[in-house]
Design a protein. Structure first.
Length: 356
C-alpha cells in the first residue's frame, strides 16, 4: 500500500505572493485507511506543532485513499477506495471542523485512487484504477456538491494512480502505473481532451507526482527503478518534455512527493529506509540536486509529504506508526523536528492535505 488574480503578474510571482502571507487559520487533514476516518489539526503558526481539532477524527467512507482541498479552503474531498465514491465536506474556516456535504458521498468509477481540485475551484477529478478512467465533476461553489461533467468518465491508460491539475487550471495529468506513462489532457468546460503527444513515457511503476507552483515543471516518482522523472510543461499545449538530467536518482520506496510553495525545494519520502529526502530545484531548468542535509529520519513506512502554505513546515505521514512527523524548514531546505513531533493520527494514515 503504499491540494486570485487581482492584477496581472508573472505566474511564479503570483504564486509566491499568494503563499507568502496566509490570511486565515491553516488546518491539516489526514485520511486514515485503517480506521476509515479523517483526523484534523490546527497548525501553530510559530512552531508548526499540530493540535487536534474539536470532534476529530471525523467519520468517512471505507478506506480513504486521497484528499484534496478546494482553493478557497471551504471544502475537502476524500476518495473511498473500497466503495467507489468520493466524500465531500464543508470546512468551518474558524474551527476547521468538517461537516458532510448534502448528497455526499458521490459515485465514482471503480477503485478510486486519487482526487484533485482545479486551482480555480471549478472542477474535481478522480482516477479510477480498476476501470482505467478519470471522473470529472463540476463543483457547486456554494454547497461544494459534485455533479459529473459532460462526457465523464474519460479513458486513461492502465491502472491510473495519481491525478494533478496544473496551477493555471488548463491541463490535467494522470499517471498510468501499469503502462509507465502519464496521460495529459486539456480542460474545456470540465471535459478532458488528450493533448498532442499524450501519453508521455515515465520510469517504471509511476505512482505519484508533484507540480511546480507556476506549472512550469512536474515531477513523477517511479517506484520500480527508484527514480524521479522531471518534465517541463509547454504552457500553450500542455505537452511534457523531459528535463535535462532526468531521471534523477532516488532510493527505494519513493512516496508522496511535494514541491514547496516557493518552488525552491522538492521532498520525497522513502518507505523502505524510513527517511525523507530534499532536493533543490533549478528554477530555470527544473533539474533536481540532492540537499547535503538529506535524508532526515521519519517514523516507520512514511507514505506522504505535505508542506504548509508559508513553506515553513513539512509534514510526513508514517503509515505503520500511526503518526505524522513535523519539521521546520530552514532557508537551505534542511528539516528539523518541531517540538512535540511526531503527532498521533488514526490507524494507517495514508493521505494528507492542508487547508489554507
Amino acid at each position: 500500500m503504499k491540494g486570485i488574480k487581482f492584477i496581472v503578474l508573472p505566474a511564479l510571482a503570483l504564486s509566491l505572493a499568494f503563499v507568502a502571507l496566509p490570511l486565515r487559520a491553516q488546518f491539516v487533514y489526514i485520511a486514515n485507511q485503517g480506521s476509515d476516518n479523517i483526523s484534523g489539526y490546527s497548525i501553530n503558526p510559530t512552531t508548526g506543532a499540530l493540535t487536534a481539532l474539536s470532534g476529530s477524527p471525523f467519520p468517512n467512507g471505507v478506506e480513504p485513499t486521497s484528499l484534496a482541498v478546494h482553493p478557497t479552503g471551504k471544502f475537502l474531498y476524500a476518495t473511498n477506495g473500497n466503495v467507489n465514491s468520493v466524500s465531500g465536506y464543508s470546512i468551518n474556516r474558524t474551527t476547521g471542523v468538517l461537516t458532510a456535504i448534502a448528497g455526499s458521498p458521490f459515485p465514482t468509477g471503480v477503485g478510486p485512487q486519487s482526487v484533485a481540485v482545479d486551482p480555480l475551484g471549478r472542477y474535481t477529478y478522480v482516477t479510477n484504477a480498476a476501470d482505467n478512467t478519470v471522473s470529472g465533476y463540476r463543483i457547486n461553489a456554494t454547497t461544494g456538491a459534485l455533479t459529473p461533467v459532460q462526457g465523464s468518465p474519460f479513458p486513461t491508460g492502465n491502472l491510473p494512480r495519481h491525478v494533478a491539475v496544473d496551477p493555471k487550471a488548463e491541463f490535467v495529468y494522470v499517471l498510468n502505473q501499469s503502462d509507465n506513462t502519464v496521460s495529459a489532457y486539456r480542460i474545456k468546460s470540465g471535459a478532458l481532451t488528450p493533448v498532442k503527444g499524450s501519453p508521455f513515457a515515465t520510469g517504471q511503476d509511476p505512482v505519484a507526482q508533484a507540480m511546480y507552483p507556476s506549472g512550469k515543471f512536474t515531477y513523477v516518482t517511479n517506484n520500480a527503478d527508484n527514480t524521479i522523472s522531471g518534465y517541463s510543461i509547454n504552457q500553450t499545449t500542455g505537452a511534457l518534455k523531459v528535463v535535462s538530467g532526468s531521471p534523477f536518482s532516488g532510493t527505494r520506496g519513493l512516496s508522496g512527493p511535494v514541491v514547496d510553495p516557493n518552488g525552491k525545494f522538492f521532498y520525497v519520502a522513502h518507505s523502505i529506509s524510513n527517511t525523507v529526502s530534499g532536493y533543490s530545484i533549478d528554477r530555470l531548468t527544473g533539474a533536481l540536486t540532492a540537499l547535503t542535509s538529506s535524508p532526515s529520519a521519519t517514523g516507520t513506512d512514511p507514505c506522504a509529504v505535505a508542506i504548509d502554505p508559508s513553506a515553513q513546515f513539512a509534514y510526513v505521514l508514517n503509515l505503520l506508526d500511526n503518526t505524522v512527523s513535523a519539521y521546520s524548514i530552514d532557508a537551505a531546505g534542511a528539516l528539523s523536528p518541531v517540538p512535540g513531533s511526531p503527532f498521533s493520527t488514526g490507524t494507517n494514515p495514508f493521505a494528507i492535505a492542508i487547508a489554507k
